[in-house]
Design a protein around this ligand. Structure first.
Ligand code: ZN
Length: 364
């Protein structure tokens, strides 16, 4: 488990946010209080009979959006995007943030059934969102490089029950579900100690469209460190990735979701002659993220949602709550226009677009 005292702070923030959002929601949606009418999930997945089918990753949807088309698909590329946060995926959960393979599978199937299409954290933070028209991006993120996220079997395929195997199974059942996720790792990725097996693992992931990126070297609380030590923690992990032969990170997740005292030190800096400059730094909670095209998108502190049910504190800030909320508030959700070269938005949101976006805006 990687949760600290900052949890209390996050919950506090989450509660304020939820109340604020709920008030806004009440203003916009008279149906707020009405129980939503979604049916429960359908059939169970049969046990890993599905081959590891890989849909092409990064393939452009190939649509040229027009105002008419954008309206037709209710495109809103300034809407909210759920960035899902997972920790260990284990059959016998030991901590409240652990999820079982079955819980992960059910959540991913639910996302697939609702029309969500995974993109990586890098694609999200850089605004490279290639999702078919009318569909919704979702980012699947796994922290701490735990062995339950990824391991290769003797047959060269992901070991059943690992996060990667579950993602592949779901993609095998729902072909529109891109099997891509982001794995933020520390110094011993996936519990592997020797260089050769570490290299094999991270290269397999990158070759299959996943992102492997920076969760710092030693998973220290960055708030407790001097700025130079913050830079060192990040650069050491960047050097490991380089040694393992994969691209340098474009994103990082903060250990414990805690920003360093000088907030910018997490996003950009250098140590011992090595520089880093991330497109996105991710927090540990507790609401959907605003669109990367939005004026108020803060790439130095991107929100995520903990995967969990609705018990206790999770009642108002974990994934079940937020996914239901987004179902009840379709107008708040990011809906793709299917055209990566354009940003389609309802006319009334024109004022919310980020200034630096060189892409063509379609307002309808
Ligand atoms: Zn962590």
């Amino acid at each position: 488990m990687r949760i600290s005292a900052s949890l209390a702070r996050i919950i506090g923030i989450a509660n304020v946010v939820v109340v604020t959002v709920a008030i806004i929601g009440l203003g916009l949606m008279p149906s707020e209080g009405r129980p939503h009418a979604r049916s429960p999930l359908g059939a169970e997945v049969q046990n890993s009979v599905a081959p590891p089918t890989l849909t092409p990753v990064g393939e452009p949807p190939g649509v040229v959006a027009t105002p008419e088309f954008a309206r037709q698909v209710s495109a809103n590329e300034l809407g909210l995007v759920p960035v899902m946060m997972y920790h260990r995926i284990v059959t016998k959960p030991l901590a409240s943030i652990d999820r079982t393979p079955d819980q992960l599978r059910k959540e991913l199937e639910r996302l697939a059934e609702r029309g969500y299409v995974p993109i990586t954290a890098r694609e999200f933070a850089t605004g490279d969102i290639q999702v078919p028209a009318g569909k919704f991006p979702v980012v699947l993120t796994f922290d701490d490089g735990h062995p339950s996220h990824f391991a290769l079997g003797v047959d060269g395929n992901p070991v059943p029950g690992t996060a990667v195997a579950v993602i592949q199974e779901v993609a095998g059942k729902y072909p529109s579900f891109r099997p891509v996720a982001t794995f933020w790792i520390n110094k011993e990725p996936f519990g592997l100690r020797d260089h050769a097996s570490q290299a094999t693992a991270v290269r397999w992931l990158v070759d299959h469209g996943h992102e492997v990126a920076n969760h710092t070297w030693g998973h220290r609380n960055l708030r407790a460190l001097k700025r130079k030590k913050v830079h060192e923690q990040i650069v050491r992990l960047e050097r490991l990735l380089e040694k393992l032969g994969v691209p340098s990170s474009r994103t990082m997740a903060l250990p414990y979701g805690t920003l360093p005292r000088g907030k910018k030190a997490a996003r950009t800096g250098s140590w011992d002659g090595t520089r880093y400059d991330f497109a996105g730094v991710f927090l540990a909670g507790a609401e959907p993220s605003v669109s990367p095209y939005a004026k108020n998108f803060d790439r130095g502190a991107i929100q995520r949602i903990q995967s969990n049910g609705k018990r206790g504190e999770c009642r108002t800030w974990c994934s079940q709550h937020w996914l239901e909320w987004l179902d009840r508030h379709p107008g708040e959700r990011y809906v793709s226009d299917g055209d990566p070269a354009r940003i389609s938005i309802p006319e009334e949101l024109r004022g919310n677009i980020g200034a630096k976006r060189g892409l063509q805006v379609i307002a309808y």
